[in-house]
Design a protein around this ligand. Structure first.
Ligand SMILES: [Zn+2]
Length: 71
């Protein structure tokens, strides 16, 4: 949208960036930057120290590339 006399041009919303988990390529969804899948894993693990969690978190379904080929 280029905008007009009534509305300004559309601009992308700010992003939280990529999930900081070592094995993840998803977009962050939580205020601490984790994607929702890793946030849920962190939560059910009872919120261990985040630095160690980011290094040791296992990939979530669809991680490590996240591409799906549909034939
Ligand atoms: Zn993640």
């Amino acid at each position: 949208m280029n905008g007009d006399e009534r509305y300004r041009p559309a601009v992308p919303r700010p992003t939280l960036g990529r999930c900081p988990a070592r094995t993840c390529h998803r977009l962050g969804a939580q205020l601490n930057g984790l994607c929702d899948a890793h946030y849920q894993l962190w939560r059910v693990s009872r919120f261990p120290p985040l630095e160690a969690f980011l290094t040791n978190a296992t990939p979530r379904r669809g991680d490590l590339g996240g591409r799906v080929v549909m034939t």
